[in-house]
Design a protein around this ligand. Structure first.
Ligand code: FES
Length: 169
């Protein structure tokens, strides 16, 4: 009795010449890359768009009517500074010292440049004094004495329609 010969691999898989096989693999690879591009590029673009958008340059924020800021001295004003990092909009409370005079409006940050304590205006001394380490600044924000490494940050300020505005950072 004769048994049939076992099937050979070459008998089951049709022979494809190398050039057709290479063409098919390029075709499959190309289609896969195209599909990945159709899915991946919009995803990456959506992820990176907020980063690539130009950063906001600050906004004018109303501090209050001119009458609330008597001439010849500094008055503290709190405001909410809007911020937008591309993914999230938020606002942060800021305090500025504002002096309104005939020569214009000065707005200085109340944050000490040494370690971030809140400076106070001492009218009798004509200077800002930091309660933490004794840093002192003159009326234009320059350091007079103590450890602060830099002047107080100065913000753009203006009067418009009887209201004082400051440009947030
Ligand atoms: S935090 Fe103001 S002097 Fe140190």
């Amino acid at each position: 009795m004769n048994c049939p010969a076992p099937p050979q691999p070459d008998d089951e898989v049709p022979y494809i010449p190398p050039s057709r096989r290479r063409l098919l693999s390029w075709l499959v690879g190309g289609l896969s890359a195209l599909l990945a591009g159709f899915i991946g590029i919009p995803f990456i673009a959506a992820l990176l768009t907020p980063v690539l958008q130009p950063k906001s340059k600050g906004a004018w924020v109303a501090l209050g009517p001119v009458a609330d800021f008597p001439a010849g001295t500094f008055t503290a004003a709190d405001y909410l500074s809007p911020s937008n990092d591309g993914w999230m909009k938020s606002s942060m409370q800021q305090t500025v010292w504002v002096q309104n005079s005939e020569s214009g409006v000065i707005a200085l940050s109340a944050i000490c440049t040494h370690a971030g304590c809140r400076v106070g205006w001492h009218h009798n001394l004509n200077r800002f004094v930091c309660p933490c380490h004794g840093g002192q600044y003159d009326a234009s924000g320059r350091v007079i004495s103590g450890p602060p490494p830099r002047p107080l940050t100065r913000f753009m300020a203006k009067v418009e329609g009887g209201t004082i505005y400051v440009k947030s950072a």
